[in-house]
Design a binder for this molecule. Structure first.
Ligand SMILES: [Zn+2]
Ligand SMILES: [Zn+2]
Length: 355
């Protein structure tokens, strides 16, 4: 196989502390870290949190003064680190999805040792304070690599690493939603749509509420029956009463997280039910102690996901159970794509391709 030589430098979209606009800058091409790979990127997903990463400088201690943005990636392994075991299951030429926060994996890490790598402070954070994927080349630790199955496109794989993985972790691992449940889902953004498909794949009944009619129309297209779509603008609590759902909602999956949805959730969830919180549209919400205790509710928060969630997510995409909405763009157009995303002009997600 003819391989093109790896260049010494490349152009990447970078965050510089003090500058709120992304900088298109020439930097050295890294080499494979001892326990990871050098990857030639194929696709990198744009996330709304890129805007926050550019403009909010109150960030954790590991954030570098300058770093390459992009935390959703898919690429081809072109170099393997010296300490990667030969039986690791990966080889040069493999197309892999890149999990941006795989954790350090050390036994003495307070997070990784308790199976919480997504909260690890010491491991690498690709595109989140450290060099990420808006570049032609990037590195990834072996812990953050998952092989892309046949039939899954690089763009799908890239966006799967964040929006699908996070939704999978929430629905399956934190919410532990089961087939016989009735779930009330608030919020059909990028994450919420994945959650909807995941819940339906489990076989649970799902009732959906969103403030945008076009999102409700999409939910209908995905097969949610009319009776389980809360009309836009209708009182959720009234809807639940009228449809005979009082005492029947096992889990409220809140992918919005507004004052209103968090409040409604406490009223509509059944006794001993679960409130699964993923959205943070409002930074503060109110817990009704009397309701929470008398109904013996569980409020469960979920954040991020892990390589095992990513592997499952890719499998579900391959099987056609999950179909993440993604369109393709060009790496060079990142600032324009991010602006369009911010302005609400993009449905689903955009993956940036090289060139
Ligand atoms: Zn993201
Ligand atoms: Zn760790």
């Amino acid at each position: 196989m003819m391989t093109t030589p790896i260049p010494k430098t490349m152009h990447a979209w970078r965050k510089h502390r003090g500058n709120m606009e992304a900088v298109w800058e020439e930097i050295p091409v890294p080499s494979a870290p001892p326990t990871g790979f050098l990857v030639k990127l194929i696709a990198s997903g744009v996330c709304r949190s890129d805007h926050n990463l550019l403009t909010n400088e109150k960030q954790p201690s590991w954030f570098q003064q300058q770093f390459t943005l992009g935390h959703e990636g898919c690429g081809t392994i072109i170099e393997v680190g010296d300490c990667v075991p030969s039986n690791c299951g990966f080889k040069i030429g493999d197309v892999i999805a890149l999990l941006s926060v795989p954790g350090c994996g050390q036994d003495d890490c307070p997070e990784c040792s308790r199976d919480l790598p997504q909260l690890c402070q010491t491991g690498y954070h690709s595109g989140i304070g450290q060099d990420g994927f808006y570049a032609p080349y990037a590195t990834i630790d072996v812990r953050g690599a998952v092989k892309v199955p046949q039939g899954v496109t690089p763009s799908q794989a890239a966006v799967a690493t964040d929006a699908v993985t996070t939704a999978y972790h929430a629905i399956h691992r934190r919410g532990e939603i089961k087939e016989n449940e009735t779930v009330f889902l608030f919020g059909l953004g990028g994450l919420g749509f994945n959650a909807l498909q995941l819940i339906r794949a489990i076989g649970a009944r799902v009732i959906v509420s969103d403030i945008k009619q076009e999102n409700m129309d999409e939910a209908k297209k995905l097969g949610v029956p009319e009776q389980d779509l809360v009309p836009v603008g209708r009182s959720v609590r009234k809807f639940v009463e009228e449809k005979g759902l009082v005492g029947k909602i096992d889990t409220v999956a809140d992918f919005a997280g507004t004052q209103e949805t968090f409040e409604d959730a406490q009223y509509i969830v059944r006794q001993a039910g679960k409130m699964l919180c993923v959205g943070t549209l409002n930074h503060k919400n109110t817990v009704h102690m009397k309701i929470g205790i008398r109904k013996r509710l569980s409020i469960i928060f979920s954040y991020g996901g892990q390589t095992q969630d990513l592997a499952k997510a890719l499998e579900l995409i391959q099987q056609g159970v999950l179909n993440p909405q993604v369109e393709d763009g060009k790496l060079y157009d990142f600032p324009a794509v991010l602006k369009a995303l911010e302005a609400g002009n993009i449905k689903g997600r955009i993956a940036l391709l090289q060139g």
